[in-house]
Design a protein around this ligand. Structure first.
Ligand SMILES: Nc1ncnc2c1ncn2[C@@H]1O[C@H](COP(=O)(O)OP(=O)(O)OP(=O)(O)O)[C@@H](O)[C@H]1O
Ligand SMILES: [Mg+2]
Length: 237
């Protein structure tokens, strides 16, 4: 099967700090993959480097077969950063219009309204970005990222700050993306969510991939009654 993301021998050094130190992995259509690891392991750096927001030190990254800096790759990828990155002086609806213009989307309005209803943002349609709570800003980022139907979604700690209903909605969104054959790379410390949502897990520590396996393999390794958290604490200690 063709992979949607391929990362080969990726290194990202910040002067002397080896934030990502030679990692390789692939994502295939219809998979949710958890990228987990202790604070400072290099998860956010990995996602930002895939997005081309940081210049890689070494390695190769391909999205749907294209170099990740190619416009063809950029059209097929979306990223939800750790902290929402909204435009303070655009309204909620203007954010969506902006995305529609940037990606040359047509007939996006009904879908945008549907997402706004699902994420309880309809009554904020004409509010400025600056006036939204952090959770609302995050929901806005999620909706904006979905409008161009990316093949590959990168999420950096997307659950922090969301209310329970939004958290459920986002989990449903992630499952729907998988069912549609997209690939999702989900970085989070919420290991129970990873255990429930992901098909496969990558564990990063000090810039290196120290473990990878399917949820089935992990549950087998963790033993009866064992959890992903048990395995995580074991392999990262
Ligand atoms: N802009 C930067 N300049 C220098 N060093 C950085 C920079 N950003 C991150 N680092 C370092 O790179 C390493 C990886 O950081 P990164 O933010 O990728 O970790 P993380 O796995 O996302 O951690 P967390 O779970 O806390 O979000 C850390 O040692 C961090 O101090
Ligand atoms: Mg991080």
């Amino acid at each position: 099967m063709e992979h949607l993301l391929s990362v080969k021998g990726l290194r990202k050094y910040y002067s002397k700090v080896k934030a990502v130190d030679g990692i390789s992995f692939e994502l295939y259509p219809g998979e949710v993959v958890g990228l987990i690891g202790p604070n400072g392991a290099g998860k956010s750096t990995t996602l930002k480097t895939i997005m081309g927001l940081l210049r890689k030190t070494e390695g190769e990254i391909r999205v749907c077969g294209y170099d990740h800096r190619d416009v063809q790759a950029r059209m097929r990828i979306a990223y939800i950063p750790e902290t929402p990155d909204i435009y303070p002086i655009l309204t909620v609806w203007e954010h969506m219009k902006f995305i529609a213009l940037a990606y040359n989307l047509h007939n996006w309005e009904s879908e945008a309204l549907k997402y706004m209803e699902a994420y309880d943002l309809l009554d904020k349609k004409d509010e400025l970005g600056a006036s939204l709570s952090k959770g609302m800003q995050q929901k806005l980022m999620v909706i904006c990222s979905l409008l161009h139907h990316p093949e590959l979604m990168l999420f950096d700690e997307p659950f922090i700050g969301l209310d329970p209903k939004a958290m459920r909605e986002l989990k449903d969104t992630i499952r729907r993306l998988r069912d549609e054959g997209k690939a999702v790379l989900l970085s989070t410390h919420m290991l129970d969510s990873v255990q429930n949502l992901a098909d496969r897990v990558l564990i990063l520590k000090a810039g290196k991939l120290i473990y990878q396996g399917t949820i089935g393999e992990i549950m087998e390794k963790a033993g009866p009654g064992g959890t992903l958290e048990d395995l995580f604490l074991e392999v990262t200690k």
